[in-house]
Ligand binder design. Structure first.
Ligand SMILES: [Zn+2]
Length: 300
């Protein structure tokens, strides 16, 4: 993930000269920075990410209390789609659809293909738009780095996936055949798509920070928010921590990444739209009581 800096002084001088030459061409410079983000191996095609994401999203929409409020929904979709235009790697292949879950727990999650859910409590706990943007940009990092289907691919390989691999090699053009895809859809969201490794978390952090910077937000906002929720609302962020295990050296990694993104600038932190939406959700009736199987958290 990191740029290799030691033992490559000559390369770095050359690279620096190239970068200086490109400073006047921001589009190309963005392209150079994007190159460091590489997804892991994957049995799925990006189109299949969308397909399995859509099927699982239909189930999630039934299982979770989705907040039905056009104003909040429009705001989160506009913010999320704007951020998605700065993501690296195949961003145009994905759907970028955002929903708000009416839950008192601070959480957010992404299904393959760009189906992203943000809990109501996340909007309430964010101190400004940049922090909410940080959460969304992190989730978009999971989407474009294809962590869900990468993880599912690993699971399939581990569980005697040789037969599936055989089918895969049987002329499906390097992606899963219909039958294998059926079995993966049957795995369900909880087993495969939401259990990110610490390595995947680090990568989502790096992409999220990159997206914040490119979109003009304070790139520190994402990890700031993660620190706030873990310190201030530990009971309400248990699900977040379970879906998103804390990567090692999270803060150090992000602090090292930010200077590489470019010069510090006048970063945006907040917007009147965010403040209006936050006030709106704070004054709504309390979220419905979680169904028994959904509340693993002790206490409330
Ligand atoms: Zn994550």
């Amino acid at each position: 993930m990191r740029f290799a800096t030691k033992n490559h002084n000559r390369t770095n001088v050359t690279l620096a000269a190239v970068l200086v030459a490109l400073v006047g061409l921001p589009g190309i410079l963005v392209g150079v920075q994007e190159l460091k983000f590489k997804p892991g191996w994957n049995m799925f095609s990006p189109q299949q990410d969308v397909q399995v994401g859509r099927e699982n999203a239909a189930q999630v929409d039934k299982d979770l209390p989705i907040l039905q409020d056009a104003t909040v929904e429009r705001y989160v979709n506009e913010l999320g789609r704007r951020l998605s235009t700065y993501t690296p790697n195949n961003r145009d292949e994905y759907v970028w659809r955002f929903k708000v879950v009416n839950s008192p727990d601070i959480n957010a999650f992404a299904l393959p293909g760009g189906f992203i859910y943000v809990n109501r409590a996340t909007i309430e706990a964010a101190q400004d738009e940049a922090q909410l943007a940080g959460v969304i940009a992190h989730e978009e990092g999971h989407v474009v780095m294809r962590h869900g289907t990468h993880q599912a691919s690993n699971m399939m390989l581990a569980k005697g996936g040789l037969g599936i691999l055989g089918g895969l090699l049987g002329g499906q053009g390097g992606s899963l055949g219909g039958q294998a895809l059926e079995s993966i859809v049957g795995l369900g969201v909880n087993s495969a798509f939401l259990h990110n490794s610490r390595q995947a978390e680090s990568q989502a952090d790096a992409v999220g920070t990159y997206v914040l910077y490119q979109a003009g937000y304070d790139p520190h906002a994402m990890v700031q928010f993660f620190q706030i929720i873990e310190q201030k609302y530990p009971q309400r962020s248990l699900q977040w921590l379970s879906d998103h295990p804390n990567p090692e050296n999270r803060i150090k990694n992000v602090d090292e990444e930010i200077p590489q993104l470019g010069a510090a600038k006048q970063w945006q932190t907040d917007s009147p739209d965010f403040e209006a939406v936050k006030k709106r959700v704070l004054t709504m009736p309390p979220p419905p009581k979680p169904r028994p199987q959904a509340s693993a958290a002790p206490g409330r």
